[in-house]
Design a protein around this ligand. Structure first.
Ligand code: TGC
Ligand code: FAD
Length: 392
């Protein structure tokens, strides 16, 4: 890939709204992405290799559990810092941000919120330091948008449970040391449990041939009569609301992350358009290319404002599921459209790995699907404003 010359757009001086701590955290993440992600990410994506070298760096910049209290090894930061870290990481690559999102919001968050003290002490510090990598098993072959229909089951055997079933499309699965898994008990109630690599009957085959998120490892979780100790059940919340609560936190991070991918595409297209001469002048001097670039910075600015406000609400404990849905849906759609337009600004060069745009575009096809599809988020907004669920 060409040298990373990224310059972050801040058209409405949003930095003025950030605290000194926010700026420090953001700039540390930005610097790390330039130093440790940009030089290796294109090759990792081209070869569909999960770059394990990034794990210690993600831990160092506080990307594993940014808002988890320091007593459990987290960074103890607020929600805006969490968002800014996700923005910077996804500026590098959505797959790298996926690794951080899953570890923070889908593995550490449920252990922190629904786990007992022994589980928190046992797992959180090691997840924060990157000594352990986790994954989150909700989606199944027959149940994606409708996780409430899940078929994975646990059976109470007196002194332990037995787990049977399968999850698919699970980020980090092939490398994960532990999995937070959602399964129904005999009463049909959804419970969260921690499954550890090495437990007999537990396997994590990798999913190959993806054209998207190629630098993130995706796999299945297969449970064939896996014996689960009772102390591995998350005791403090059950029902579908438990996994959906984790999704709120991860979707919030994605809303910020998508801005990073959009910024990178815009910045690349702007620079290229000023340098590329056709018909004796830079293509940036043509009305058609200016339209693309002007619309990109407008949409990025709107997304930044939406997300900053959402961060304030989240810090106050007032952000609703529907507000988070709106931001995830809007920002990922915005980033995907910008990636497609930016790719055109680069002409043929836009399809090569010399530039990051095509990789972002392909990655965003997963981001628009996972953590609730574009259409499911529209239905969440529709339900919120009408009071009538249209899912079923
Ligand atoms: P519904 O009847 O609406 O709700 C069931 C229960 O859950 C409660 N609830 C929530 N609780 C906490 N937080 C939320 N966000 C909640 N949303 C709902 C609700 O109050 C109810 O509680 P109770 O006590 O009355 O039972 O459920 P539904 O079955 O009708 O489904 C609604 C729907 C479609 C919105 C939901 O199923 C959904 O969001 N589907 C999308 C599935 C999804 O997003 N999957 C993501 C899998 S993980 C992933 O993709 C990770 S990718 C990570 C990466 O690589 O970065
Ligand atoms: P489906 O639910 O089959 O949907 C197919 C289409 O139908 C979509 O367009 C959808 O919007 C539409 N649709 C569905 N229901 C309705 C309706 N009621 N009304 C109108 N339209 C509807 N899951 C995890 O649990 N953990 C992970 O770590 C994880 N990582 C992932 C990583 C990647 C790279 C990908 C691609 C997915 C990952 N997922 C993960 C799964 C992801 O959450 C699901 O793919 C997503 O929730 C959609 O489910 P599905 O693919 O089964 O699509």
């Amino acid at each position: 890939m060409s040298q990373d010359l990224f310059q972050a757009p801040d058209y409405y001086h949003l930095d003025d709204l950030l605290s000194e701590e926010h700026l420090l955290v953001r700039d540390a993440a930005r610097e790390w992405v330039k130093r440790a992600v940009s030089p290796i990410i294109e090759e990792a994506a081209q070869h569909a290799k999960f770059p394990t070298s990034i794990i210690s760096g993600l831990a160092e910049i506080g990307a594993f559990g940014p808002y988890i209290p320091e007593e459990y090894g987290g960074a103890g930061l607020d929600q805006i810092s969490y968002g800014l870290i996700m923005q910077e990481i996804e500026r590098g690559d959505s797959g790298v941000r996926s690794t951080a999102s899953v570890q923070s919001s889908l593995v550490m968050y449920p252990i922190w919120k629904y786990g007992d003290e022994a589980q928190k002490q046992k797992y959180l510090p090691k997840l924060a330091s990157g000594e352990l990598l986790g994954c989150f098993g909700l989606t199944e072959p027959n149940h994606g948008s409708n996780p409430g229909g899940m078929e994975t089951k646990i059976k109470d055997m007196g002194d332990h449970y037995v787990l049977n079933g399968a999850k698919m499309w699970i980020s980090n699965a092939p490398f994960a040391d532990i999995a937070v898994v959602w399964a129904k008990n005999e009463a049909g109630r959804i419970k969260g449990l921690i499954v550890e690599r090495g437990m007999e009957g537990f396997t994590t085959p990798e999913t190959h041939n993806k054209w998207s998120l190629r630098a993130s490892a995706t796999g299945e979780l297969i449970f064939d009569n896996v014996k689960i100790p009772k102390e591995n059940i998350l005791p403090n919340k059950d029902g579908l609301g438990a996994p959906l609560g984790c999704l709120d936190s991860a979707r919030y991070g994605i809303a910020w992350g998508a801005i990073g991918a959009a910024m990178d595409c815009y910045d690349t297209a702007l620079r290229y358009s000023k340098e590329r001469i056709q018909f004796d002048k830079p293509i940036a001097g043509t009305q058609l290319q200016q339209k693309k670039l002007a619309e990109m910075i407008t949409e990025i600015t709107k997304a930044q404002l939406l997300t900053w406000r959402l961060g304030v609400l989240k810090n106050e404990g007032r952000a609703t599921t529907a507000q988070i849905s709106m931001a995830k849906r809007n920002n990922v759609d915005m980033a995907l459209k910008i990636a497609r337009e930016a790719r055109q600004v680069l002409g043929a060069m836009g399809i090569t790995g010399e530039y990051s745009i095509m990789r972002h575009m392909m990655n965003l096809e997963s981001v628009v699907t996972y953590e609730g599809t574009h259409d499911i988020h529209l239905l969440i907004t529709g339900f919120d404003i009408t009071g009538i669920p249209a899912f079923k």
